[in-house]
Design a protein. Structure first.
Length: 344
């Protein structure tokens, strides 16, 4: 029986419940997750400790090496997803473990997604790990799939938000009591003010006919996680506007208040739930072999060693395209364009 490639994460908050009984769970790296004793005192204390350069938890380096070595021995390859906003201590620990094990079977991916969006991407990779994709294709598919995740949040303030562009008017209106903002971080940045001092709607959300944020043009499932705001706008307005197939409520990731620069947040992420569509999307991209480690990949960069794809030799005929066939269930961005949008 084939053992699927291990999908690992740096926090239990990034492990969403599967939408079916066949999807395997993700391995939570205890060497990178906040210590239980710190979590008991609150997630903010753990994050502050790590950002000040202290070890991410009570795990020693030897235990971290054993943890990763066990995953490699059982699964063969490990794909680790770590938030782009993760504390430096967590990132250093992961790179140290990979270096000391001298293993080319560990992929460290840091997609620039909000925490809940990263959890959704992790779920999709967990689904695809049961398919016939090689570890290299699975790791490099993360970059492709990230472009089809619509991740954002309902915020009570954008005063300190630096993840998406915020103009001076929005900054000023953040000081008005009762203001709320709908923000889309990926696949493009958008910000819309929803309410004023008395809770009266403003802008595109007021007319009830048009969604406040640009939504996906393909079938999605919506995940939501509420902080210190009520999720009504997300579930009652955004979900119908985006015509999602279903809504799943989950706990707010511990990193979300830091990522969005406020605890007054309801995070949301819409993504493709159907494994057959995900499979078709990844399969539509031509596979290459990494010139450095030899693994298969899609796109222009290896997910395991980060080596760029060797440039194609000059030819007299028409240039080769990045895809072999279209993914008819989806619209822009195309798979080819998504895979050349920057490293993960």
């Amino acid at each position: 029986m084939r053992v699927p490639t291990a999908i690992a994460v740096t926090s239990p908050d990034l492990v969403l419940p599967a939408l079916d009984r066949h999807t395997p769970s993700a391995a939570v790296l205890r060497s990178a997750a906040p210590a239980e004793r710190e979590r008991g005192r609150g997630e903010r204390a753990a994050g502050k400790s790590a950002r000040q350069g202290r070890p991410p938890d009570a795990y020693g380096l030897e235990q971290s090496l054993t943890e990763m070595h066990t995953l490699i021995e059982h699964h063969g390859y490990v794909v680790v997803l770590c938030p782009a906003s993760a504390p430096p201590a967590v990132v250093r620990r992961l790179h140290t473990v990979r270096s000391l094990l001298e293993s080319d079977r560990i992929a460290l991916l840091r997609p620039d997604l909000p925490p809940l969006g990263l959890a959704v991407l992790t779920l999709q990779l967990r689904q695809l790990s049961m398919c016939d994709f090689s570890p290299g294709v699975l790791a490099s598919a993360a970059r492709l799939l990230a472009h089809y995740i619509y991740a954002g949040a309902l915020l009570g303030s954008v005063t300190r938000l630096d993840r998406v562009p915020v103009d001076l008017k929005a900054h000023t209106r953040s000081w008005v009591p009762g203001s709320q903002f709908a923000v889309l971080a990926t696949p493009q940045s958008e910000l819309v003010r929803l309410t004023g001092a008395q809770g009266a709607p403003h802008g595109p959300a007021a007319d009830g006919d048009a969604p406040a944020l640009t939504g996906p043009a393909f079938a999605t499932h919506l995940f939501t996680a509420a902080g210190q705001l009520a999720p009504d706008w997300v579930t009652d307005t955004l979900a119908p506007a985006w015509r999602v197939q279903g809504v799943t409520e989950t706990r707010l990731p511990a990193e979300s208040p830091h990522w969005w620069a406020t605890g007054k947040v309801v995070e949301f992420a819409a993504a493709i739930p159907d494994i057959s569509v995900l499979y078709q999307l990844v399969s539509s991209v031509r596979r290459e072999h990494c010139r450095w480690c030899g693994l298969e990949l899609i796109g222009d960069r290896c997910g395991f060693c980060s080596a760029p794809l060797a440039p194609a030799p000059e030819a007299t005929g028409p240039p080769r395209t990045a895809t072999t066939r279209a993914a008819p269930a989806l619209r822009r961005p195309t798979a080819a364009r998504a895979l050349t949008g920057g490293p993960v």
